[in-house]
Design a protein around this ligand. Structure first.
Ligand code: CA
Length: 591
């Protein structure tokens, strides 16, 4: 209990103490509750609805038989003149919902009524440098703190009752292009965060902080050659384990501005005690300036949570030349193969391939395309390395002229971007929000300048089909087979959730929250929220009823970077709403 005002012994009777203590201890989010989040249905205290990020709920009160009666209970506006993209996943603890909104805002909301309890607005400087809209993807809960990252690259811990700042810590220099948009992760008393900024030539890093006071515990840069450190008893100890060799996979000094930003955060697998993070593109985009694999860009990394040392890495796009960030979530799951359990992890990459890895060692098990058109590679070799089609790499520029332009699919916004997929423990399928698009891309001359865009490339994104871009796909990770697909006119940009009620939920830029039959793909329910749905839906149980919540508010990277696609969706309205749904009580009683 941290409220000093309530700790005066001469006013606090034993009776008061007895009444106060249970309420406080009941709230405080513990390490055990975070580990158990995947099993508990009455609260959501992790991003991903469980540390492995499966976004699967064991609730089946709501199911394919009764979903047609799902109704809104309340909606709440984030208000303000500034709206833009809303991409967070709500968290729920003891009847209170904690969400972030655009422009680094946090809201605490009564989950039963939608009444706002408090709001925190980070005072952002004028010179923030978010590459891809002023979004945020959610909070972490720990003890009595609500913790999130800001667009000026700070971590802020708020008191869960008042929204008042308990501690604030700068993670990196926003003037160099750093920002934070991902939800932090708490595991075994450590708060883990990545950083954004690969488009500005930052050096990506993953760091652990003490969630109680913001003290730095370890730092692990994600560009090969940079040293990692552990901080202990006021001492800084070198931790070079698997940090690699400076200049080995990078020419000259380019590793000093190498990008590889782990901007989407990560997950944790309790079975192997590994943090699983992805890293973004190498900087600059013009690949001719940096011959080599450019580790650890466009990779998945497994880290020891105690010291940040890299246990293994798997690079999806070595020597990336298309902005194929490798940040997309690596979701742990187990499956049976010939009577033995395989501890696997799957990821659907920006580059168009779906990968299944052995998560104990990062070894490639299998991979396959999950979109219809891939122009830059013929396929994957036996180690999962792409077999490049050299003619389809954008050409090298000269000082005077831009390089040869090529048409590439997928577009740099990815066969799948940030929006998390879901894995059903019932069907054994992944539900992947994907997009079918391509781009004209060419390289240009570029030099690094602190805080300036560091691309060395130009591009125009184009749809591949007249009638759709988005495709929600059900994919069997054991065979690579697409079990069903549902097309959408606009590109999909929202998270996915699946439930034991045989349901899959996701949103569309057109404003619908939709539900599908997990086995067949049939669209069984939809609701118009008034603006594009880019958030990640959640479900939980309260007072014996099953609730569903999602954020609505169009924005994100597509309207900013989408070229011809942005024109297609230019009339979509912005918003900023939090919607909550449930079945009417009398209907549930009759089921
Ligand atoms: Ca990027």
């Amino acid at each position: 209990m941290k409220h000093s005002g309530l700790r005066k012994p001469f006013v606090l009777s034993a009776l008061c103490a007895a009444m106060l203590m249970p309420a406080v201890s009941a709230w405080a989010v513990t390490d055990q509750e975070i580990l158990d989040d995947v099993k508990s249905t009455n609260q959501i205290v992790t991003n991903g609805m469980g540390l492995q990020g499966q976004r699967y709920s064991t609730l089946d009160i709501l199911n394919t038989d009764n979903i047609k009666d799902l109704r809104p209970v309340w909606a709440m506006s984030f208000g303000g003149e500034k709206q833009r993209g809303q991409q967070a996943q709500p968290m729920i603890k003891d009847g209170v919902m904690y969400v972030t909104a655009s422009y680094s805002r946090v809201f605490a909301v009564d989950a039963r009524t939608g009444k706002e309890l408090w709001q925190y607005d980070a005072r952002l400087p004028d010179d923030i440098r978010p590459c891809c809209d002023v979004i945020n993807r959610g909070v972490a809960l720990y003890g009595d703190l609500v913790i999130f990252g800001t667009l000026d690259a700070k971590l802020v811990a708020l008191n869960k009752d008042t929204g008042k700042v308990v501690w604030r810590k700068s993670v990196a220099d926003h003037k160099a292009g750093y920002s934070i948009t991902a939800a932090p992760l708490v595991i075994n008393g450590k708060l883990i965060t990545g950083v954004s900024g690969g488009e500005f030539g930052v050096v990506g890093k993953i760091e652990a902080y003490d969630p109680k006071n913001g003290a730095l515990l370890w730092t692990r840069p994600t560009v090969e050659g940079h040293m990692g450190y552990v901080y202990k008893d006021g001492k800084k100890i070198e931790n070079g384990i698997s940090g690699g060799e400076a200049g080995k996979t990078w020419p000259g000094d380019l590793w000093k501005t190498g990008g590889a930003a782990p901007w989407l955060g990560g997950y944790y697998d309790p079975e192997t005690n590994l943090l699983l993070f992805g890293t973004g593109n190498p900087a600059p985009w013009n690949s001719h300036l940096r011959p080599g694999d450019n580790l650890f860009s466009s990779s998945r990394l497994a880290l020891n949570p105690d010291d940040g040392s890299i246990q293994w890495h798997f690079q999806t796009t070595p020597h990336d030349g298309w902005d194929f960030d490798g940040v997309n979530e690596l979701v742990s799951f187990n499956y049976q193969d010939g009577g033995k359990t395989v501890q696997a992890a799957a990821t659907a990459d920006r580059n168009g391939f779906f990968y299944v890895l052995d998560r104990t060692n990062g070894k490639f098990i299998r991979g396959f395309p999950f979109v219809d058109k891939i122009t830059w590679a013929k396929g994957l070799d036996k180690n999962g390395r792409p077999i490049y089609i050299d003619d389809n790499r954008p050409g090298s520029p000269s000082a005077a002229e831009k390089g040869k332009s090529v048409f590439s699919a997928p577009a740099f916004l990815g066969a799948k971007n940030w929006m998390p997929m879901a894995y059903s423990q019932d069907t054994g399928l992944f539900y992947v929000p994907s997009n079918e698009w391509g781009m004209d891309i060419w390289n240009e001359d570029i030099a690094y300048k602190k805080g300036a865009a560091y691309l060395g490339a130009g591009f125009t994104i184009r749809p591949l089909n007249e009638d759709y871009i988005g495709v929600l796909r059900a994919i069997d990770p054991k065979t690579g087979k697409e079990v069903w697909r549902q097309k959408n006119y606009a590109p999909l940009w929202g998270g996915v959730m699946t439930t034991k009620g045989n349901l899959v939920f996701t949103g569309t830029p057109e404003g619908f929250l939709k539900a599908f039959n997990a086995k067949t793909g049939e669209n069984v329910w939809e609701f118009q929220t008034g603006s594009g749905v880019l958030g990640s839906p959640v479900t939980w149980e309260m007072d014996g009823e099953q609730y569903v919540s999602v954020l609505s508010g169009w924005g994100g990277a597509v309207p900013l970077w989408g070229g011809e696609v942005a024109k297609r969706v230019k009339n979509f309205n912005q918003g900023g709403m939090l919607w909550t749904f449930k079945l009417p009580k009398d209907l549930v009683a009759k089921r």
